[in-house]
Design a protein around this ligand. Structure first.
Ligand code: NAG
Ligand code: NAG
Ligand code: NAG
Ligand code: NAG
Length: 351
């Protein structure tokens, strides 16, 4: 503070030695930073006049533009204000957007186009001193693709009428192959935002070799010939074998059959004595005629909870010829079975 005061005094002394003895001089007026004045000197004598004006891009409103240094060393008052020039609000940009915070002098407006459109013109503009934008509103024109590439032995059907040899972004079409060629890939075509078409499919003749039979099974057709794309063959199983998987295979676009099913073997309940639960029925094993459980079927064996002296059924499943007897099951001896059948876990109170 002290140094600046010293500097000020020093400056005033150097700057105008003649007027330094006079008390009543005006120093440079303090003005809003949008206002400028014509004088350049630091001190003004009483009676001096200053003409004020607005800086570039601003318009004066109210108040005199002239101030005078009075005898008491004060500038006459002014209510002059300079307000920034405004540029017109921008027109709507079709297929695009604009971003701005303000439309006053030196404001910036940015333009972007929606996906699939290319901006033609300036992507931004500045509000100039004369209240006009530095560039006109740009245009967003659609991206175009050439005509869609056509696969060999194929064609395309556009979903809208095409004029000339270009198509707009978003235009779609459907590929077809001339029979007997089969379309491999995506049948749908679209002119993308990057100006190219989606991946072109292929038109191919697809055949599958004669299908193979399955163990313990048969098939609906066993001709020794090539099979066409999408042709199907059905399978079945002999006897008490159960088909697992899809009953039908199809010749796929890769020239291979879809996965074959298989035939799964039935199981027998390998105990001599005891009672089981099968299809909601309690059966003595001797009464189970025939002794056969199909693949995936469930059989329950009875086990005993010795602590609580009660019986309970434990399920197990036939899996391709194998029926695992639960570990807790104890096959009774011939004497127990014949004389004390009533005390078997299947016959006593159930837990
Ligand atoms: C306009 O774009 C410029 C440069 O990308 C960015 O700095 C400015 O913030 C943007 N202005 C608006 C209003 O989006
Ligand atoms: C506004 O100012 C710009 C830049 O100085 C100039 O190019 C343009 O012609 C001016 N427009 C009008 C309407 O005066
Ligand atoms: C589009 O067609 C016009 C006239 O039919 C031709 O002059 C121009 O080369 C073609 N452009 C392309 C990319 O094929
Ligand atoms: C289309 O062009 C884009 C960008 O150039 C590219 O990433 C894309 O793989 C092209 N698509 C096809 C199907 O050629």
């Amino acid at each position: 503070m002290e140094t600046s005061l010293t500097l000020l005094l020093l400056c005033s002394f150097v700057f105008s030695t003649v007027t330094s003895e006079h008390d009543n001089v005006c120093s440079r007026p303090e003005l809003a930073d949008t206002i400028e004045m014509d004088g350049i000197q630091r001190y003004f004598s009483p009676g001096a006049e200053l003409v004020l004006s607005c800086k570039e891009g601003h318009t004066p409103v109210s108040g005199p533009r002239r101030i005078v240094c009075s005898a008491s060393g004060q500038w006459t008052h002014t209510k002059l204000k300079c307000i920034p020039k405004l540029c017109p609000y921008p027109d709507l940009l079709s297929n695009g957007e604009f971003y701005y915070e303000d439309v006053k002098y030196q404001s910036v407006i940015n333009y972007t186009c929606n996906e699939g459109y290319i901006l033609i013109g300036a992507s931004s503009a500045v509000c100039q001193a004369n209240g006009t934008w530095s560039a006109p509103v740009p245009e967003c024109t659609p991206v175009t693709c050439g005509l869609a590439p056509i696969p060999k032995f194929g064609m395309i059907v556009y979903h809208k009428k095409i004029r000339g040899n270009t198509t707009d972004y978003g235009v779609t079409g459907t590929y077809r192959c001339l029979p007997p060629y089969v379309l491999i890939g995506n049948a749908r075509a679209e002119c993308t935002a990057s100006g190219n078409w989606t991946k072109i499919p292929e038109c191919r003749v697809v055949t599958c070799p004669p299908p193979e039979n399955i163990d313990k099974g048969y098939m609906s057709s066993s001709d020794d010939r090539d099979y066409d794309y999408m042709e199907t063959v059905k399978y079945g199983c002999h006897g008490h074998y159960v088909l697992e998987g899809s009953m039908q295979i199809v010749c796929q676009d890769n020239g291979k059959w879809s996965e074959k099913p298989s035939c799964k073997a039935p199981c027998s309940v390998d105990i001599q004595r005891g009672r089981i639960l099968y299809k909601d029925q309690k059966l003595w094993i001797a009464d189970m005629q025939p002794n056969r459980v199909l693949h995936k079927e469930i059989v329950s064996f009875y086990c005993k909870d010795n602590a609580r002296n009660c019986g309970y059924a434990v399920p197990t499943q036939c899996t391709d010829g194998k029926l695992k007897i639960p570990e807790c099951f104890e096959e009774p001896g011939a004497v127990d079975y014949n004389l004390y059948a009533g005390s078997l876990p299947s016959e006593i109170k159930q837990c």
